[in-house]
Design a binder for this molecule. Structure first.
Ligand SMILES: Cc1cc2nc3c(=O)[nH]c(=O)nc-3n(C[C@H](O)[C@H](O)[C@H](O)COP(=O)(O)O)c2cc1C
Length: 199
C-alpha cells in the first residue's frame, strides 16, 4: 500500500502528514455504519461562521442503496468514474447559500463546508479510511437527480473507502498514484506581517 507522508520543515501530527488522496480504493471492503457515522459527526462538529453549519452531505452507500450510489457515480466526469467506481461510499458535499438567522448571503458557506470536509477527511485517516475529493462532476445533473434546493451549491463529491492496490488501477492513473506529493514552498504562500514577505 502506497504511503505518501508529507515532507515538512518540522514534524506534523501523523493524521495530517499521512492523509492523502489515493485513487486506488479497495472494491470489496465496505465501511461500517459506525465508521460512516464517525465521519459525519466529525464534519458536524466543525466550526462555522455564526455557527450556521451551512454544509449538507448526501451519503451514497453502495452496500445499502446501490441505485442511489450508481446515480451518484453517473454524475462524475468519466475520468473520475474510472477509479471512483471502486469506492463503497460516495458523498456529495453541498453548501447552503444563505444564513439561517437573517437570510443574507453567507459568503463563508463554501469555506465552512470545505472545513467540515477536511474534518471528515482527517477522521477518515484516523479510522484507516481514505477520502478523495472530486470537483470533476456535473453540478447541474447532481442538482436535478438529487433534488437539491435552489439556494445551495454542490461543492464536491467524495470517494470514501479503504485504500486499494495500485496494480488494480487503470494504467493512466498508476504514475500519479506512486508519484511524490508536492506543495509550493512555505514562504511563497505564508507571509509574515506583510503580503508577499515569506515566513
Ligand atoms: C475541491 C477539490 C476538487 C478535486 N477534484 C478532483 C477531481 O475531480 N479528480 C481527482 O482525481 N482529484 C481531485 N482532487 C484531488 C486533488 O487533486 C488532491 O487533493 C491534490 O492533488 C493534493 O493531493 P493530496 O490530497 O494527496 O495531498 C480534488 C481535490 C479538491 C480539494
Amino acid at each position: 500500500m502506497t504511503t505518501k507522508t508529507a515532507l515538512s520543515s518540522v514534524p506534523l501530527h501523523d493524521l495530517i502528514a499521512n492523509r492523502w488522496s489515493p485513487r486506488a480504493i479497495a472494491a470489496d471492503k465496505a465501511i461500517s455504519k459506525t465508521d460512516l457515522l464517525a465521519l459525519l459527526e466529525a464534519a458536524r462538529w466543525s466550526p462555522s461562521c455564526f455557527n450556521d453549519q451551512p454544509w449538507r452531505f448526501v451519503v451514497f452507500d453502495k452496500n445499502t442503496d446501490l441505485a442511489s450510489w450508481e446515480t451518484a457515480l453517473s454524475v462524475l466526469v468519466e475520468k473520475n468514474q474510472l477509479w471512483a467506481k471502486n469506492a463503497p461510499v460516495l458523498i456529495l458535499s453541498v453548501a447552503m447559500a444563505n444564513f439561517n438567522h437573517n437570510g443574507a448571503t453567507n459568503r463563508w458557506s463554501g469555506y465552512d463546508t470545505g472545513a467540515a470536509t477536511m474534518s471528515l477527511s482527517l477522521q477518515a485517516t484516523a479510522l484507516g479510511l481514505v477520502v478523495h475529493q472530486m470537483g470533476g462532476f456535473d453540478g447541474s445533473k447532481a442538482r436535478e437527480l438529487f433534488a437539491l434546493p435552489e439556494d445551495c451549491t454542490p461543492m464536491a463529491m467524495l470517494a470514501v473507502g479503504y485504500q486499494g492496490e495500485v496494480d488494480d488501477l487503470a494504467d493512466d492513473f498508476k504514475a500519479a498514484e506512486t508519484a511524490e506529493r508536492s506543495r509550493k514552498p512555505l514562504a511563497e504562500q505564508f507571509f509574515a506581517g506583510k503580503w508577499g514577505v515569506g515566513v
